[in-house]
Design a protein around this ligand. Structure first.
Ligand SMILES: Cc1cc2nc3c(=O)[nH]c(=O)nc-3n(C[C@H](O)[C@H](O)[C@H](O)COP(=O)(O)OP(=O)(O)OC[C@H]3O[C@@H](n4cnc5c(N)ncnc54)[C@H](O)[C@@H]3O)c2cc1C
Length: 409
């Protein structure tokens, strides 16, 4: 029997994340939306204290996000129905993004690079890189969606690799203290030669060149980073150093596997942000005397209530797909299809719900009297990074039709 209740053992974690949202994130949400991270005054001091608190909480139990949150280590575990660190991460991220997506993205040690380290690092590397705050640098000026087109090079020189290239749109690339950089060790060998490297800040040859001004998630810094003859210890390469055959591409698949863990997290962010808009909207409808009745068909209710019910249904579908893909990760089931379905659905309905709430609330929604307009801006990125809406649909289509990336582009 399917049990759709959230596991009781995570109640405390969810409550704590909710408290952080209401008492820390929401009160500073508008302030850091105005002080763009691309300007002086951007770095968010309040979050350093909070991060230390979360570190303390994580060290005592199973909960947590970032590097600890997405490990798929099966040693010594009985197979069965498991709700582990993927589930606790996604549930807490949803709750925290109910507070503020941009602030969650700016949290020390909770970067997508940490998730990458957790998914593909060896035990020794996981130990060595524990405590780092790692961003993820895949995108380059010459490509975004087609991550097999990586042109940043990594050339072996003794016990180092020498990195050269430019990475753009690196989330937290300025504030984090490490970056997981995707680079090719041999461009002529195609996607199988793409590897990821943990490059710590302060490594000579690595330079943050500029920060972007953006539509939303303004509190989160988005950096351009240049690598010029940047020497990285060979043991900082994540996964196997073997170059796989183009047809096999296990190495690249290993790097891509990161997405199976991070896409449910990003879907969870969209679900959390959309929930914030729905809760605010329900309050506003209540104040306007509009009652939403979940037990009666939408067509016998007011137009506003009917629209609200439709949004709730879409939200529920996104929420359940997100939990399904997360549960599969915890139970070590292949979840690429479900992770992309969750990301596609949650990314799209996140944008639709937040924008529709702005519309339903009228001038109040468009103004800065509430955070509705901010959530509409913030949610858009969740349908773009970690694979756009169209790319997720492409992946789903390939999986369902049994087509390769060469057969269906
Ligand atoms: C605020 C922000 C933060 C980011 N953070 C990071 C980060 O931390 N690390 C990182 O590496 N990158 C990051 N990115 C980059 C992000 O992942 C890319 O923007 C995204 O992958 C899309 O790439 P692109 O912008 O080059 O668009 P393109 O790939 O040029 O796509 C343009 C449009 O065409 C569509 N499209 C592309 N290919 C296909 C296809 N085959 N079929 C159908 N439609 C297609 C896309 O869906 C999109 O709508 C960030 C971007 C932003 C804006």
């Amino acid at each position: 029997m399917i049990n759709l209740e959230t596991p009781k053992k995570f109640d405390l974690l969810i409550n704590q994340a909710h408290q952080v949202s209401t008492e820390i994130f929401r009160p500073i949400s508008r302030k850091y939306d105005r002080v763009s991270s691309a300007e002086p005054g951007g770095p968010i001091k309040e979050l350093d204290t909070l991060a230390a608190l979360i570190d303390g909480m994580n060290s005592g139990g199973e909960g947590g996000t970032g590097a600890r949150g997405v490990r798929r280590d099966s040693k010594g575990e009985e197979p069965g129905n498991r709700n582990g660190t993927n589930m606790s991460s996604v549930l807490s991220v949803m709750e925290a993004c109910w507070g503020d997506v941009a602030l969650v993205l700016s949290m020390p040690r909770q970067g997508l690079g940490d998730a990458a380290i957790a998914s593909v690092a060896s035990d020794e590397q996981l130990e060595r890189f524990g405590g780092l705050w790692a961003s993820m640098a895949i995108t380059e000026p010459s490509f975004g969606s087609d991550s097999s087109a990586v042109s940043t090079t990594a050339v072996r020189d003794g016990d180092h690799y020498v990195l050269n290239g430019e990475k753009i749109f690196v989330t937290s690339g300025s504030r984090s203290n490490a970056v997981v950089v995707w680079a090719t060790v041999d461009k002529s060998r195609g996607r199988g030669a793409i590897k990821s490297f943990v490059v710590e800040k302060g490594t000579p040859g690595m330079e943050v060149e500029r920060l972007e001004h953006k539509l939303g998630i303004k509190a989160s810094d988005t950096a351009t980073i240049r690598f010029t003859d940047c020497r990285v210890p060979a043991e900082n390469m994540l996964g196997s150093s073997e170059i796989e055959d183009a047809g096999d591409a296990t190495g690249f698949a290993g790097a891509m596997q990161t997405f199976d863990n991070t896409r449910p997290l990003v879907a969870g962010m969209a679900v959390g942000c959309a929930r914030a808009a729905l809760d605010e909207m329900e309050d506003l409808l209540g104040q306007a005397g509009v009652e939403v009745d979940y037990d009666r068909p939408a067509y016998v209710q007011t137009g506003a209530a009917a629209q609200y019910l439709q949004m709730e249904a879409d939200w529920e579908a996104a929420y359940l797909l997100t939990l399904e893909s997360t549960w599969m990760a915890d139970n070590r089931q292949p979840n690429s299809l479900q992770a992309s379905m969750a990301k596609a659905k949650a990314g799209r309905v996140g944008v639709e719900i937040t924008t529709r709430c702005v519309e339903l609330a009228g001038s109040l929604g468009y103004s800065e009297h509430s955070l509705l307009e901010k959530w509409a801006r913030d949610s858009k990125i969740l349908d773009i990074f970690e694979g756009t809406q169209q790319i997720q649909q492409l992946i789903v289509a390939r999986r369902l039709l049994g087509k390769s990336s060469g057969e269906l582009k």
